[in-house]
Ligand binder design. Structure first.
Ligand code: TMP
Length: 212
């Protein structure tokens, strides 16, 4: 059987990833493909429970290494129970965030380094990489407007970190995309949702053609 395809959306806070992931799944379904929409941290009952622990931590919050391990544990369950089986069935998996979020947030902005994050990913998830990772980038002004609309000032434990942390996250995603142009597509997320969707479809087109 033709194996499925795995696409991740990545980027900092308020880039419109969830909307674009949903629109892509709807597009794929209209063209007759089977597509699963999922997210990280989360996607399975266990990983969703870990998500809650990460975003609303008990007590004083997680130390940096424990936080990275929890993301890796959630991802391990997600990969084993949802992502790999769906790919094996020939389906598309569209995930709102994946390993590059851990590289950007915990590895770069959190200071743990890429090597540790990738080692955890090798142990937890066999080092699985998406076929394509779409990094959405937008101007600071547009992002803060979207975040205000979405969170109204009630961000979670990670979204609520300071501007310097999020600036490092955003710079890290741009760097990753520049380093591995074959695996990443950098898409400008500024502007109308439909225009961004069209740019996403253009980035996905080679994968669609490779299925025919
Ligand atoms: P979301 O708001 O996009 O659903 O993601 C939840 C938060 O978790 C967001 O602030 C990014 C953060 N995150 C990490 O720090 N590391 C990761 O590996 C993932 C998947 C998310």
């Amino acid at each position: 059987m033709n194996p499925g395809r795995f696409i991740a959306f990545e980027g900092g806070e308020g880039m419109g990833k969830s909307t674009q992931a949903r629109l892509l799944v709807e597009h794929l379904e209209r063209t007759g493909e089977k597509a699963v929409l999922t997210r990280e941290p989360g996607g399975t009952p266990g990983a969703e429970a870990i998500r809650n622990l990460l975003l609303h931590p008990p007590g004083e919050g997680w130390a940096a290494r424990a936080e990275a391990l929890l993301f890796a544990a959630a991802r391990s369950d997600h990969v084993e129970r949802l992502i790999r089986p769906a790919i094996a069935r020939g389906e598309w998996v569209i995930s709102d965030r994946f390993i590059d979020s851990s590289r950007a947030y915990q590895g770069i902005a959190g200071g743990l380094g890429d090597e540790m994050i990738l080692a955890l990913h090798d142990h937890g998830s066999g080092g699985l990489r998406p076929d394509l990772t779409i990094v959405l980038v937008a101007s600071d002004a547009e992002v803060s407007e979207r975040l205000q609309l979405r969170d109204g000032g009630t961000a979670d434990a990670i979204g609520g970190r300071d501007d310097a942390y999020h600036a490092q996250v955003n710079a890290a995603f741009r760097k990753f995309a520049g380093e591995e142009t074959g695996r990443f597509a950098l898409v400008e997320g500024d502007g109308a949702i439909d225009d961004v969707h069209r740019k996403v479809l253009a980035a996905v087109q080679p994968l669609l053609e490779s299925r025919q």
